[in-house]
Ligand binder design. Structure first.
Ligand code: B16
Ligand code: MG
Length: 217
């Protein structure tokens, strides 16, 4: 059967969370806000604007719109400097095996990411050509757990929501997939992603037989 497999980007295809962290950390330091790796977990799958609000909240800092916009801009400039050097070596293990398998079976491959930098990242990783549709932070107004990004993905793939399978590393993303009536597959820690229909530590743990079951059922 024809299904659409919707991939989140950060944490599913590539590990850009470390670069987001470094860029946010620089800003937090400059504002005298303590920002740890643990705090960074709160930002996974969360939009850029919302991430800044969370960080300012950690330090009880209030700021004008003008300051916030300047900081958002600077964070992105710093983040872009990190991803500038990215290449296909940063694709997470077995992602390409899964993409190839799905392509071989004639399945649709879609990106559903909150990032406004998704396209350049897919280009640098040299996998943009796998995607039949790309929906990212530039296309949606409502952030996950709102299902907008995945609903738009299904629409662009011209398939009903029930024929979509979502791979996500954030709980907000799993909730968004569930709200969209799609099959939700967590990539990461099953105790965190406890609302997912299925969960795998990473793609190396996901067999071709499992993928075939998703295609056929
Ligand atoms: P940008 P995903 C999300 O990507 C990240 O997980 C999140 O940490 C980030 O703040 C967000 O993209 C926005 O990214 O600043 O590049 O627009 O996991 O939905 O692929
Ligand atoms: Mg993610």
């Amino acid at each position: 059967k024809k299904k659409a497999f919707i991939f989140d980007l950060d944490g599913v295809i590539v590990d850009t969370a470390k670069y987001h962290y470094l860029a946010w950390k620089k800003l937090a330091d400059s504002l005298g806000i303590t920002f740890t790796h643990e705090d960074n977990e709160l930002l996974k799958g969360v939009s850029r604007v919302r991430s800044l609000e969370i960080i300012l909240g950690l330090g009880n800092v209030s700021a004008s719109e003008e300051d916030k916009n300047r900081w958002l801009h600077q964070k992105n400039v710093d983040y872009l400097a990190y991803i500038e050097k990215m290449d296909e070596n940063e694709i997470l293990p077995d992602v390409v095996r899964v993409l190839d398998f799905l392509k071989d079976y004639g399945q649709k491959i879609v990106l559903g990411s909150a990032s406004k930098n998704a396209k350049p990242i897919l280009e640098k990783a040299k996998i943009i050509n796998y995607f039949d549709a790309i929906v990212d932070g530039n296309d949606v107004t409502n952030a996950k757990p709102d299902p907008e990004v995945f609903l738009q993905g299904a629409k662009n793939a011209e398939l009903p929501n029930e024929a979509c399978i979502v791979f996500e590393d954030s709980l907000a993303g799993i909730q968004a997939a569930n709200l969209a009536n799609m099959i939700s597959i967590g990539i990461g820690d099953a105790t965190v992603l406890n609302e997912a229909d299925f969960c795998f530590k990473d793609f190396t743990k996901m067999s071709n037989e499992f993928l075939l079951d998703l295609i056929n059922n």
